[in-house]
Structure formats: structure tokens, C-alpha cells
Design a protein around this ligand. Sequence first.
Ligand code: MN
Length: 249
Amino acid sequence: MTSSFVDFHCHLDLFPNHEEAILECERAGVYTLTVTTTPKAWPHNNELALKTRFIRAALGLHPQLVADRASEIKIWESYLSQTRYIGEVGLDAGPSYYTSLNLQKQVFQRVLTMCNQVGGKILSIHSLRAATMVLDMLEKHLKPDRGRVVLHWFTGSKAEALRAVELGCYFSINAEMFKGDRHRSTILSLPFERILTETDGPFCKSNGKTVRPVDVSVVVNLLAMELKTTPDIIAKNILSNLNTIESFQ
Ligand code: MN
């Protein structure tokens, strides 16, 4: 049984009904990376994901929570050997989180250093208003052969995107990213073989409704339209990119 679509960044445990959200992905065959915002959520997410065909749980410590939860990096470390997937981690330099930026950097450095040390991890990384800082830290603390990096909802400049490509990064694209001309043209500048899709549900809405992993087909359609090809070709390309990432040792 193979999946038809890929949602490489979603928070299934933050939907009103976590188990129902999982069942929906299973029924529809949507490969879903369910990221966590605190390592305390890891055991339950992992336990549910292990019973499925298409859900993979990621171990995270969200940069927006670091101000209050930096000490949980110890819990994060204690679970590291249980998972191949890391997220949501990264930096957020937006106005609401700027004051914790130094603490965020300390936590993110620890995350990257540990991933570099153990190797073989696949990371979903948040970089809001912090693209250059994230890329600087990746360059310094995670060697390209020691981890696979997927930049989630990347909103950096075209030059930053190019630098990320050179560092070996992938990008998970959601529907919101097509809304501004600047971001849309950045997406279109990315190499085909570095693109994945995501929903970031339940944080994204479409027509007032919370976006779910099954809605990732909308992103596939948008990519097809923009790249002047068919949704089928895009979907196959995304699955092939996913296979490339997954086969990384
Ligand atoms: Mn997220």
C-alpha cells in the first residue's frame, strides 16, 4: 500500500480529535509527518503513529515555546534515540518571540549538535524571520551527510533559498505560501527535486475552515498550475522526493 499525497508538516495532536485526524490520513493514504511542539507530547504521538501505515511522528521543541520550556531540551534528548524524525524545531525572530531569541539559539544549537552526533535524522525546521540565522547554524552545527533538513513554510528571500539549496535543504510548501508574489516567485525558483508539500494544520485555514492533511491536494494543484504541469506529475515528483529523503542513512 503506497501513499498518494505527502503532508510533511502537520500537528495532528492539536486537532480537536487527534485519533480521528489520524484515521482520516490512514483512510485517504496521506503520508503525514506529525510534528510535536513539546517533547512531552512525544510518547503519545509516537505510540499512535506506530500503529499506522502512513503517519510518522517527529520529536520537537517549538521555538515559540522555548521562552517557557527551554529546560525541556533534556526531555527532548532523552527521546532522541527513539525517532528518525525531528520537529518542530528552529528559530522564530518575529516580534512576539524576539525576546527569547538567544535562548532559542541555545536550544536549536543543542538540537543540531545532537543530530550531527547521532546522524541519520530528518528535521522539519521553522525559520520565520530567521532564515539567515537558521542557515548559519545549519552550516556550523549539522554536516550535510549527518542529517536531512526540510525547511517548513520558508519565507526567506530568493538569495536565502538559493543558499539553503546549496546546503542541501528541502522545502515543504503549503497553500498560504502562494498568496504573496514574492513568496510565490521564491517557490518557483526552487529545484523540483527539493520540494515537498505540507498543510501545517491546524494552523492554516482555507475559506474559514481548518486545513487537514487530506487538503494537501490543494498544494499539489497550485504547484501544477504554477509550474504548468499536471497534478499527477507533481504528486509523483513529491513522492519520489520523499523516497529520496527516507532512504537517507
Ligand atoms: Mn508548525
